[in-house]
Design a protein around this ligand. Structure first.
Ligand SMILES: Nc1ncnc2c1ncn2[C@@H]1O[C@H](COP(=O)(O)OP(=O)(O)OP(=O)(O)O)[C@@H](O)[C@H]1O
Ligand SMILES: [Mg+2]
Length: 396
């Protein structure tokens, strides 16, 4: 090992050192935050960035969090889960963020009262310590009352934040598709009602979720105009090259164009793969400042990446139920090496299932982010290479 070797600047599975190709999304967030900071505006639409696993949702949301902090907002971050009340988690995260700027909820009458009535509405445990909130989902509370209570809490929190000189409240929700429906309803109704509030609370919600998020939200709230969806796409070739080159450049290390082009091909614009390949190339090379990364590195790099992908694919495979695995196997057989989309009808025929039988495993796989809808009546895998791995694994 070269003693002067620079540690890998690539970040498979973590937020990247350089966020490439998301300028439009960040500009939207900046515009919202400017309205919040300058005019204490309430942003009545919830922006939701939707995209496949590994396309960069969490990384984007983290960059938004940095923007929001930079704009002087009180920022609450929640990763939604099915076994946790999203609203309670948002309230707890907001209380912690307020505490950070010296707002002690337990000593502020309006906030404390709001928190207590919200706690009652949610059926959660007593909010004695102010921020200690029981976040288990509480059956089916009356969403009218809980949305009013949540709205009142948001208003009180935003007021307290502004009084402290903060820009307002920025709520960030990752994996929003996983939240319990009741909570999505409470959030949506609260945001609807706050639209008419006077004065309006300085607050914004920005969220990220899997491609099935619009379906999940529409099923939860019947009206989904409150939500503005935007799809996070894979990266263009130029952006993909930049993902590889920018971290190396910072260390005075260059990619030879031939290696760069090959890795860009292999990664198919998929940010997670770019980071995996970048990391593997770097570890193979162990470069020092002034070095160049060339195509001789590729064979051993590919072997490393294939090992890591096999581990990831196995982890995803075992999360699928036997019925879901059968559907994945059928899709892997029907999709060619080019990983074409699979028509739902063809899949049902292939597996000798009625389209009714197919619907439960299909939904499960969509919810887990293993497959996605590819236009009318067609499905596809969300991650390149998964189909080939399944074919190999199942001997198909
Ligand atoms: N714009 C980008 N530029 C460079 N690297 C990126 C970018 N977006 C994501 N990445 C990298 O891609 C990988 C996946 O990113 P991230 O975890 O944000 O995806 P995700 O959509 O949240 O995935 P999941 O659905 O599994 O939670 C990480 O290694 C991250 O460093
Ligand atoms: Mg994520």
């Amino acid at each position: 090992m070269n003693p002067t070797a620079i540690p890998s600047p690539y970040t498979p599975g973590e937020a990247p050192s350089v966020l490439v190709g998301r300028g439009a999304q960040l500009a939207d967030a900046q515009a919202d935050l400017a309205l919040l900071a300058t005019y204490a505006r309430f942003l009545g639409r919830v922006r939701v960035h939707v995209g496949s696993r590994g396309v960069g949702k969490t990384s984007l949301l983290k960059a938004v969090r940095d923007e929001a902090t930079g704009a002087g907002a009180v920022v609450a971050w929640v990763t939604a889960r099915g076994d946790e009340s999203l609203v309670a988690a948002l309230v707890a995260a907001t209380a912690r963020a307020l505490d950070d700027i010296g707002v002690d909820i337990s000593r502020r009458t309006p906030l404390r009262d709001r928190l207590q009535s919200l706690t009652l509405e949610l059926g959660a445990g007593p909010a004695s310590a102010g921020v200690e909130l029981d976040v288990r989902p509480a059956g089916a509370p009356d969403s009218g009352a809980s949305s009013a209570a949540f709205g009142a809490f948001v208003t009180a929190a935003a007021t307290a934040a502004r009084e402290r000189g903060s820009a307002g409240l920025c709520l960030l929700i990752d994996e929003i598709q996983a939240a319990p429906r009741e909570d999505l309803r409470t959030l949506a109704y609260a945001w609807q009602e706050l639209q008419q509030a006077s004065p309006e609370p300085a607050a914004v919600v920005i969220a990220a979720g899997l491609p099935n998020t619009p379906d999940v939200l529409t099923a939860a709230v019947t009206f989904s105009e409150r939500f503005a969806f935007r799809t996070l796409e894979r990266l263009s070739r130029a952006d993909a090259a930049e993902v590889l080159e920018a971290p190396a450049r910072e260390h005075g290390v260059a990619w030879r164009p031939d290696l760069l082009a090959e890795v860009v091909d292999l990664a198919q614009g998929y940010p997670y793969f770019l980071q995996l390949y970048g990391d593997a190339v770097w570890r193979e090379a162990g470069p020092a400042e002034g070095d160049e990364l060339g195509p001789d590195l590729l064979p051993r790099t590919r072997a490393r990446v294939d090992d890591e992908l096999a581990t990831m694919f196995r982890a995803r495979w075992v999360k699928a139920t036997p019925g879901e695995q059968r559907v994945l196997g059928g899709m892997a057989e029907l999709t060619g090496a080019a990983e074409d989309d699979v028509r739902r009808g063809a899949l049902a025929d292939h597996l000798s299932l009625t389209s009714n039988d197919l619907s439960v495993p299909r939904r499960g796989l969509l919810d887990k982010g293993l497959i996605e809808v590819a236009g009318r009546g067609a499905l596809r895998f969300t991650v390149p290479g998964f189909a080939a791995w399944i074919r190999q694994e199942t001997g198909g």
